[in-house]
Design a protein around this ligand. Structure first.
Ligand code: ZN
Length: 72
């Protein structure tokens, strides 16, 4: 009856559905780990962002003020 030996609760790999390995938990392999990471980086997972700045280079460095031009 107890033919299956489980060290921990084995959950299937969220990427491919294979049994996950302890080395790459909760994934089955480093490849699936990479796939999951790429999904995050590419924005496949929808993360609502509220305070996202739209114009980044609008507050660039301001050059010297022109009012100090006192040359005769
Ligand atoms: Zn996998």
């Amino acid at each position: 009856m107890a033919d299956v030996i489980r060290l921990k609760t084995t959950r299937p790999c969220p990427i491919c559905g294979k049994p996950s390995s302890q080395a790459h938990h909760p994934f089955c392999s480093g490849r699936c780990q990479d796939i999951d990471l790429n999904r995050w980086l590419s924005g496949s997972y929808v993360i609502p962002a509220k305070d996202e700045p739209e114009a980044e280079d609008e507050a660039a460095e301001v050059p010297a003020p022109s009012e100090e031009d006192d040359e005769p």
